[in-house]
Design a protein around this ligand. Structure first.
Ligand SMILES: *[C@@H]1O[C@H](CO)[C@@H](O)[C@H](O)[C@H]1NC(C)=O
Ligand SMILES: *[C@@H]1O[C@H](CO)[C@@H](O)[C@H](O)[C@H]1NC(C)=O
Ligand SMILES: *[C@@H]1O[C@H](CO)[C@@H](O)[C@H](O)[C@H]1NC(C)=O
Ligand SMILES: *[C@@H]1O[C@H](CO)[C@@H](O)[C@H](O)[C@H]1NC(C)=O
Ligand SMILES: *[C@@H]1O[C@H](CO)[C@@H](O)[C@H](O)[C@H]1NC(C)=O
Ligand SMILES: *[C@@H]1O[C@H](CO)[C@@H](O)[C@H](O)[C@H]1NC(C)=O
Ligand SMILES: *[C@@H]1O[C@H](CO)[C@@H](O)[C@H](O)[C@H]1NC(C)=O
Ligand SMILES: *[C@@H]1O[C@H](CO)[C@@H](O)[C@H](O)[C@H]1NC(C)=O
Ligand SMILES: *[C@@H]1O[C@H](CO)[C@@H](O)[C@H](O)[C@H]1NC(C)=O
Ligand SMILES: *[C@@H]1O[C@H](CO)[C@@H](O)[C@H](O)[C@H]1NC(C)=O
Length: 382
């Protein structure tokens, strides 16, 4: 009797780490992962898929990570919705077996199981949190001797326990639940790109841009919009829309890792029809003459890079001055001394819900930016 009881335990401890099933690996960490384990237990279909998957990396949020996450009512509601929870968990499953030693101090972008459409190939915009068709990504790199995973809204999760091997791959325990990338509108507000959000709203482009698939958006900072605002001239909605569309590449998601390698020094057609020239010089990235100041805000349909200047579709040959600390504005004849555009700093908190994106804009922050911007931008050469 005694022997019979002891036997399975002995066998379990004999199983080499590499030969643990995912379920065994998760159970072995139950002291830290009981919340994840119970959430997975409520998702039998996903658990089955993960159990038979090979060559994956599971980013496993600790109990503390989940308790912080679930303290937000919006997240609590999301976790209570099976479809949303499935997608949140899918975002934690990376393609490839990526040991901690494979990360470097250069950010790499890794595809996840969160795909742009459901398994039968259909896309339901209401229920699909990501429309990056080849799989939504996380960023991964080392900072000091830690591995950090970057997700939506520039959320950073730090690996606390690395390299728990199982038959299908490897698991890393993190201190923060990954944030599923949000729509561009929501992400812009969160990153204080409120003038852009306001301008998109005023031109009726917000929903259109949120609903595109696989985009790269170059987002001028509030200061960039302020630099071309003026009391003297006005832009029509159509002109403003033309400028904004010149900042969107439809059909190509250019993460910084691609811009500095395979996509370096190329020109990309934009939604406005004209092309932008992306250049890597002096270890800086430029779009026409504007400099990329913040890279890789991961969004539901691609990626946003922040620019220090607004791009001018009528000035496609503008060249950067790579050695300069700041770049000249790409609009001739604009007075920079009369800027009245004030950036709002009080962006509302954003939630996991898509509707939250539009609410955040409509609740006033974006509109404030729009009201200040609209009718106050002088543009030469349009
Ligand atoms: C791993 O475990 C399975 C049964 O769970 C067994 O069939 C297989 O031989 C084991 N492989 C190794 C390398 O130990
Ligand atoms: C994990 O821990 C929780 C709570 O401590 C417990 O209810 C659950 O049965 C445990 N699960 C496993 C697989 O050990
Ligand atoms: C979770 O969903 C159930 C119905 O599916 C509902 O009765 C319950 O109130 C929800 N709980 C929370 C915290 O939203
Ligand atoms: C594992 O996945 C990575 C990333 O998708 C891929 O490059 C690699 O070829 C795969 N390896 C195996 C053995 O399937
Ligand atoms: C495809 O899957 C989605 C979600 O899982 C479901 O709503 C839809 O009815 C399915 N469509 C077909 C054609 O089976
Ligand atoms: C998309 O999903 C929502 C929520 O589950 C559902 O109400 C709607 O009918 C679905 N639309 C399509 C086209 O399947
Ligand atoms: C952006 O989102 C993060 C994560 O939800 C939050 O901590 C932060 O306060 C937000 N920032 C702004 C300006 O809304
Ligand atoms: C964006 O690209 C997709 C795929 O090529 C295309 O179907 C769609 O019409 C394009 N959208 C716009 C607004 O150009
Ligand atoms: C891009 O162009 C710049 C300037 O012409 C050059 O210095 C740089 O090496 C190029 N980068 C790549 C990756 O081709
Ligand atoms: C084009 O941009 C440059 C700055 O890169 C600026 O000096 C020039 O005035 C602009 N030309 C027009 C026609 O707006």
């Amino acid at each position: 009797m005694r022997l019979k009881n002891l036997l399975p335990i002995a066998l379990a401890s004999l199983a080499t780490a590499q030969n643990m099933s995912l379920a065994q690996a998760l159970a072995s960490q139950n002291a830290t992962l009981s919340t994840l384990n119970s959430l997975l237990a409520g998702q039998p279909q996903l658990l089955k898929t993960l159990s038979s998957a090979r060559n994956i990396t599971l980013i496993a949020p600790s109990n503390t990570a989940f308790s912080n996450f679930l303290a937000d009512p919006a997240n609590k509601a999301a976790a209570n919705d099976s479809n949303t929870l499935t997608q949140v968990l899918q975002y934690h499953v990376l393609s490839g077996t990526i040991a901690a030693s494979a990360f470097t101090n250069t950010q790499q972008f890794i595809r996840t199981m969160l795909m742009g459409s459901s398994s039968n190939g259909t896309t339901n915009a209401t229920t699909t949190l990501s429309t990056v068709t080849r799989g939504q990504v996380v960023g991964g790199m080392t900072t000091g001797n830690k591995v950090v995973i970057m997700s939506g809204l520039k959320q950073i999760s730090t690996v606390q326990t690395a390299n728990i091997m199982f038959t299908g791959g490897v698991m890393h325990i993190v201190d923060t639940v990954l944030t599923v990338p949000q729509p561009p509108s929501n992400s812009a507000v969160n990153s204080s790109l409120t003038s852009l959000a306001g301008a998109l709203k005023s031109t009726n482009l917000l929903t259109a841009i949120d609903s595109l698939k696989d985009v790269t958006i170059f987002a001028p900072s509030n200061d960039a919009f302020a630099a071309i605002s003026s009391d003297t001239s006005t832009l029509t909605t159509q002109q403003l829309a033309g400028i904004l569309k010149y900042h969107v590449i439809n059909g190509s998601v250019a993460y910084s890792s691609l811009i500095t390698t395979s996509l370096a020094n190329q020109s990309f057609p934009t939604l406005s029809g004209g092309s932008v020239n992306v250049r890597v010089e002096d270890s800086k990235v430029f779009v026409n003459s504007a400099q990329v100041t913040i890279t890789d805000i991961l969004v539901s349909n691609g990626v946003i890079h922040v620019l220090d200047n607004v791009l001018n579709p009528a000035n496609t040959t503008a060249l950067p001055i790579p050695m300069a600390t700041s770049q000249p504005i790409a609009f001739a004849d604009v007075s920079t001394s009369t800027s009245r555009l004030t950036a709002s700093t009080a962006a509302p908190s954003v939630t996991a819900s898509k509707a939250g994106a539009v609410r955040a804009i409509e609740s006033g922050v974006g509109v404030a930016g729009m009201a200040a911007l609209f009718g106050m931008v002088a543009v030469a050469g349009l």
